[in-house]
Design a binder for this molecule. Structure first.
Ligand SMILES: [Zn+2]
Length: 163
């Protein structure tokens, strides 16, 4: 007997799918999963990749498929959409905390401070919290992140580009 899978089951399953770049957060935490539709036993999941420069798109697609099939669903369709584009604002507060613990400075909320910030949003050292940091490279190991050095604790760290 096949149990009925609801959209909530699918969301819960996707919460266990790690971000391929940052395994401490899930693709749901990152705000990548945009829509789940369950209709007469078929499941359709729509996701928005984070940064277009990030690799592993097919890895995410496959992981979503696997997670849904693990629920006993045969008919899974995974769609990706770039409209609207992914924004760092979709990262959940809990995931921001885990990013910080992981050593990656999470992006600040877009409305923080109420000022329009262009490319100079403050980056805080995830280790000591200092704002006295300097950018060492525009691109980290992937296009998603930037490399900084903290002037206070001298530690290098990565930050997310706010988009
Ligand atoms: Zn520091």
């Amino acid at each position: 007997m096949i149990r009925t899978v609801s959209a909530q089951h699918v969301w819960d399953a996707l919460k266990a799918v790690p971000d391929p770049e940052i395994p401490v957060v899930s693709i749901v935490d990152m705000g990548m999963v945009r829509d789940v539709v369950v209709e007469s036993g078929r499941v359709q999941v729509t996701f928005t990749p984070t940064f277009s420069g990030c690799p592993a798109l097919h890895v995410i697609r496959q992981s979503i498929e696997d997670a849904v099939q693990d629920l006993g669903v045969r008919d899974v369709e995974v769609l990706s959409t770039l409209t609207p584009p992914w924004t760092t604002d979709w990262i959940t507060p809990a995931a921001r905390e885990r990013l910080r613990e992981y050593g990656i400075a999470p992006p600040g909320p877009a409305d923080e401070g109420g000022l329009i910030q262009l490319d100079t949003e403050p980056v805080r050292c995830p280790r000591c919290g200092s704002l006295d940091v300097r950018l060492t490279a525009s691109f980290g190991p992937t296009l998603c992140k930037r490399l900084h050095v903290c002037n206070a604790c001298k530690e290098p760290f990565e930050s997310f580009k706010s988009v």
